[in-house]
Design a protein around this ligand. Sequence first.
Ligand code: PEP
Ligand code: MG
Length: 896
Amino acid sequence: MAGERKYIYRFGNHALDGDASMSAELGGKGAGLAEMTLLGIPVPPGITISTGVCRFYLEHGAFPTDFEEELGASLAWLEDSVGRKFGDPRNPLLASVRSGAAISMPGMMDTILNVGLTRESIHGLAAQSGSLRFALDSYRRLLQMFGAVVLEVPKKEFDNVLETIRADEAALRDSELSEAGLQSVIEGFHQAIERCAQTSFPQTAVQQLSMAVHAVFKSWRNERAQYYRRLNGIPDDLGTAVTVQAMVFGNVDQRSGTGVGFTRNPSTGENSILGEYLANAQGEDIVAGTRTPMPISELAESMPEIYEELFAITGTLERHFRDVQDFEFTVEKGKLFLLQTRAAKRSALAAVRIAVEMVETGLISSSEAVARISPATINEILAPQLDFSQGVPEVLARGLPASPGAAVGRIALTAVAAAGALHGDPVILVSQETTADDIHGIVAAAGLLTACGGVTSHAAVVARGMGKCCITAAKDIFVDSDIGVLRIGEAVFHEGDWLSLDASSGRIFAGKVPLRAADGENAGLRSILRWAIDQSPLAVRANADTPEDASAARARDARGIGLCRTEHMFFALERLPHVRAMILARNTPERKRSLNELLPMQQQDFEGLFREMSSLPVTIRLLDPPLHEFLPPRKDVDAELLLARSENDAGAIQRAELFLERMQALSETNPMMGHRGCRLSITYPEILEMQVRAILQAALKVAAEGFVPLPEIMVPFVASAEEMQCLRRLIDEAANEVFANHGESIDYSIGTMIELPRAAVCAGAIVEHVSFVSFGTNDLTQMTFGFSRDDAGKYIDAYLNQGILKSDPFATIDRGGVGGLMELAIRQMRARKPEIKIGVCGEHGGDPASIEFFVSIGVDYVSCSPARLPVAQLAMAQTQPLRRIAVPGQEHVSQC
Ligand code: PEP
Ligand code: MG
C-alpha cells in the first residue's frame, strides 16, 4: 500500500470526506454515513477505516506502517468534534466499532458498542448522564460484547451470570436489574473473561479500540461470514471497512431509545414506514430479538416531534438514494440521530411492487426497475401458498409476518437438526430466536418460526434475503430444544412432527395444510417482465414438446420454441404400440408401414405447435433417444413369455420371444453414448423422412389456414460435418417430395445441435451444412466432463463441498471448459458464416449466471422450459448490452 494512500475517512460534524459512491472503500455503512453528512442529516461523528486497510491487515497480519499516525489524528478530530476524550475518567468518549462491507452481510460480522469505558470512567459517565444505573449497564454490555467478539469467551458464560443474578433479583429482564445487581453482573463478567480468556479486560480506551478493530477485521474470515459470501457469490477478497462512531445512548432514560425501520414495508412493498422502537434500549436489543419492540407508530404518540423529524429525514433519504432505505436511529434525551442508512433487503413481492410504484411516480426509470429485481427471487412470487379452498384449519398461534410465502414441513428445533434433514422431507426450523450461527439450518429449512424478534430481527432479514417464509415474535410458542419439545399454547409437538406456516399472514397451523402455486399472475411482475422483454438484447424461447406447453410458453411471451423433443411425443400410451411395431419391424417396408401409422399423430402435434407459435420460429428436433427406451421393462416381457408358455399360446410365445430378441439386440452398455441422435437417422433414414414429412405437411396445412409457420428442423448429436452433410441431403429430399406431392412449398431451415466436444471443435466445418445451431449444453457438459447426467448427483456433492467445483456444472455452465468449447465453436462458425443463428437449448438456458455468459460469447437466443421463462427473461434483460462477439484469430483465453 502506497504511503500517501488515505486510510481513514471522517463523517459527521460537517466533515466533507467521502460520499455514497465510495462503498467499495468505505463499505455500505461508511458510505451511507458520509452521504448523510453531506445531506446535513444529524449523525454522530465518527471515522471509517477503509476496506483497503482490512485487505492489507488480512494479508500481512498487521496494519500499514503509517496507519497508526493517521488513526491518531483522526481520533483527535473525533474527540474535538464531540468535546470528550477517550479514556477521560470524568467525561469519557465512547465509540461503537462496527464492520461494514461494500455488499451488505447482515449479522455476519461483529459489532462492539461502548468501547472506551473502563472501571474508572464508569463514574464519569454516571456523573455526565446523571444515572449510575445507565453507566453500569453500558459497561456490562461492553464486557459482554468485547468478551465474546474480541476475547472469544463463549456467549453462554455471560448468559449464565445474567440468568443467576436475574433469578436472585426475581427480574424478568436485564432492564429490571438493580444497580447492585448490575455490579454483581459486572464482577461475574470480569471473572468469566479471566477464566476463559486467561487475561483481564483491558482498562485503557486505546487498547480496547485497537483490539476491537483487529477483531472486526478478523471477523471477515469467520466461518459464518465465509459461508454467507459463498452463498451469495460475494468475493472473498473485498474486505470490510470499520466504522468507529461516537456513541449516542438510547438507554439513558425514557426520553431515549433506539429504533430500526424501513421507508416502505420490505415484506409487502406497501408505501408506508415500517419500523420498531424500543425505549431505553441500545441497538442490539432490537437486532438480537431478545425484547419484542413496539411498532414505530407508538413513537408518533409518545414523541411526536421526533417522529415527524424522522419521517422527514427518511423521506429525504429515500428520494435522495432513489431506493427504499433500511435505517437505524437513536434518540438520546430527546435528540434524534441517524446511525445508518442503506438500501433495504426486501422480499421479491416487495421488490416488484416498490420498483413498479417508483416508476409510476417517476423516481426511477423502467430499466432501473428491471435491474433491481433479482431473477432468482421471483420464484418467491411464483412460490406455493397454503391452499385454504377446503377451509381454514384452526389457527394454533400467530406471529409477525416477517417474510411472505408458505411452508409445510417437519419440525426441527435446532439449526443442526434442520441442516441434517437436507435430503429428507422439508423442515421448518423453530427456535426461540435465531443468530447468525444458525445459517446452515436456515439454508436447509423451508420456513422459519421464532418466538422472539420482530420484522427486522436476524431471522426475518436473512429469510427475506433468501426468499424463505418466516414468522417471528410468535409469543405463544416455547421451544425446549434440549428435550426436543415445542409447545404452542396447550399443544405439544416433537421434532419431526408436521407444521404449516402461512407467513404472509403470520398464522401457524398443526399438521400438513395443502400447498398451492402462488401468484403467477402478479400484475407488478407482469409489468417488470414486459419491460424486461422490451429491453432484452436477445430473445428467450421456450423448450416445448406439446401444443399445451407451447400455449403456456406463448402466454409467457416466449419468442418461439427453441427445442421440441419429438421423442416425448412418441411416449403417449396410444402411440406406443405403433412405435414398438416400428422398432420390431424386420425390414424397411414393415418399418415404413408403422411409421405411416405414426405420421398423422406427429403431424397433428406439429400443427398444434405451429398454430400456437404462428410467426415465431419453432425448432423441431429429430428423434434422439435410444430405441430400446420405447420397449417395455424386461421383467414384464419375461412374465408375458412365462404366461404364454404356461397357456401354450403359440402366437403369444412368438410375440414375446421376438420382443426379447429385439430388446437384447437393442440393449446397450452405455446408452448415453449409444445408438441415439443423428445415428438413428443414419441407420433408419425412414424415421427422419417420416418426421420431415410430418413437419412440412403440418406447416403447409396451418399456412393454408392463415397461420405463419416457421419450421426449423434440428438434427441432434452430430459429431462430424460428414454426418450433417448426409442428413441435410436426406431432409431436403424428403422435403422436395412433400412439396412435389402438394404442389406447393414452404420455407424451412435446417440446423444442428452442438452437444459433443467434437462438434464444437469441428463447428467451422459443420456450419457449412446448416443455417442455425443450438448448443445442447446438457450433453455437452456430460461429454466434456465425462460426468453422467443421470448419475453425477452421487458424487457432485463431494466436489462442491470440497470446493473442487464452485457450482454444479449441470445447473450453471462451466465457463472454463464447456464455455471454452462454446467460444471456440462460435468463433469458427462466425468466421465461416457470419449470419449463422446460434442458440442454447440445454437446461442452462434458464439459469441467470449462464445466460450472462451466453450473451457475452455472442449467442443469438436461449431457450428454457416454460416455467423458467420469467427468470430467464429477467436475467436476459439484465445482461450487459455489450456483447463480446467472438472474432477469427482471437485466441480463447482459458478460464480453467
Ligand atoms: C442437451 O443435451 O442440452 C439437450 C437440450 O438435449 P437433451 O437434454 O434432450 O439431451
Ligand atoms: Mg442432448
